[in-house]
Design a protein around this ligand. Structure first.
Ligand code: PLP
Length: 421
């Protein structure tokens, strides 16, 4: 397989091609095929970008029809019928049935663009600079978002420029069992001498993805919401990885019954792997002046088309939600078994997650790497997360067939035995 040009020309910054060093040519559903004709089951799914799998036929049809009918591809942020249909469908299928009333800001197309816009909006709306974020949080790598991201690997790559405007609090569970980490946050807020600048907003992932598949307790999230309300702080839920059905509800915060002031979505929002993001905000927070936050690529018409098609096809009833919860239980059971097998052999491990966002924490990055490398050899694409890459994470497409899901889990189980046994 010819890889010289790829290795020679692409910057050293590349990541996933190091874990999966082959040249992919095709993809359908939960399967990828490489140039040698080898098939792989995909438990990475674009790090949570392909919740509806690769090239879903319904979405592909909508996209092809749009392109061949000379639909608008680029139009800055001018109105198009694709944009109108997207907003209408978002409101009718996603927001209204959940009792949500949000306005939509279309920033640049990546997750970090959405986070930048969300935290900037919070600052503009509240006239305060500080944003509270949590240990192990990952919100992107542009300077504003990076300030709210915990991992040193990313924070050190600024050429010495300090990240600013964010304060870290301990995430749920960070201080061990029996500690409600919000006690600390609440205490600082009530203490004029505690050193915490009252924040404009708090940004949180309800299940931390890159930080190691750490689900926040539902009571913890409820308490976080009430602390924010009591202190006039905006609650921003970063649902870029945990949203779009990944945890078994369209929005991950639905499980806790909380109502964020601002929500960010990207990754699976386009439903087809197209770059796309939006920021949802309570209408009264829309403090932007026309053109004040701009960019050439704001709202991608092709993504409007596939996203609206996905809302109509997958979210008009609760079938997908129920299926995600069912498949989540299958993964949970198998991951628990794998974790027990490892623990019995002296490698302490445990399972955690919500819906189809699940992981096995094997405590050491080097063990997780051995297992995922073996899995790749055996035909499964699966990645790691966490501060040391110590969590093997399953982000398989939500629409994966039971057959592919079970085959993927079998490959993982065998790979653990081969790598560690
Ligand atoms: N926020 C969360 C929760 C994420 O998981 C990610 C990416 O993994 C981002 C923000 C950044 O998104 P992007 O990589 O598209 O900039």
């Amino acid at each position: 397989m010819q890889t010289q040009i790829l290795e020679r020309m692409e910057s050293e910054v590349r990541t996933y091609s190091r874990s999966f060093p082959t040249v992919f040519t095709k993809a359908k559903g939960a399967r990828l095929t490489d140039e040698a004709g080898r098939e792989y089951i995909d438990f990475l799914a674009g790090a949570g970008t392909l919740n509806y799998g690769h090239n879903h036929p319904k979405l592909q049809e909508a996209l092809v029809d749009y392109i061949t009918s000379d639909g608008i591809t680029h139009g800055l942020d001018m109105w198009s019928h694709a944009k109108r249909d997207y907003l209408e469908t978002l409101e009718e299928v996603i927001l209204k049935p959940r009792g949500l009333d949000y306005k939509v800001h279309l920033p640049g197309p990546t997750g970090t663009n959405a986070v930048e816009a969300a935290i900037r909006l919070a600052r503009v709306a509240k006239g305060r600079h500080n944003i509270v974020t949590f240990t192990n949080g990952f919100h992107g790598v542009t300077m504003g978002a990076l300030a709210t991201t915990g991992n040193r690997k990313f924070r050190e790559a600024t050429g010495g420029i300090p990240t600013q405007g964010a304060s870290f609090m301990p995430f749920d569970g960070y201080l061990g069992d029996g500690n409600d980490t919000l006690d600390y946050f609440e205490k600082l807020l009530g203490d004029n001498s505690g050193g915490l600048d009252v924040p404009a907003g708090v940004i949180v992932e309800t299940v931390q993805g890159e930080g190691g598949i750490n689900p926040a307790g539902l009571d913890w999230l409820k308490r976080l919401e009430s602390i924010c309300r009591a202190h006039d702080i905006l609650l921003i839920v970063d649902d870029i990885q945990a949203g779009c059905g990944r945890t078994g509800k369209f929005f991950s915060f639905e499980h806790a019954g909380i109502l964020p002031d601002i929500v960010t979505n990207s990754k699976s929002l386009s439903a087809y792997g197209l770059p796309f993001a939006h920021v949802l905000m309570r209408p009264e927070l829309d403090k932007w002046k026309p053109g004040q936050y701009n960019g050439t690529f704001r709202g991608f018409n092709m993504a409007f088309v596939t996203a609206a098609a996905a809302f109509k096809h997958f979210w008009s009833d609760d079938k997908l939600e129920r299926d995600v919860q069912r498949k989540g239980r299958i993964v949970e059971e198998r991951f628990t078994k794998i974790a027990a097998w490892l623990t019995e052999r002296g490698h302490e491990a445990s399972e955690r997650g919500r819906g189809l966002m699940r992981g096995i924490d094997v405590r050491k990055g080097e063990i997780a790497d051995k297992i995922t490398a073996k899995a790749f050899e055996n035909g499964l694409i699966i990645e790691t997360a966490g501060h040391d890459g110590q969590v093997i994470k399953c982000l398989c497409p939500l629409v994966i067939s039971d057959e592919d899901l079970l085959e993927g889990l079998d490959i993982l189980e065998r790979s653990v035995e081969e790598a560690i046994g």
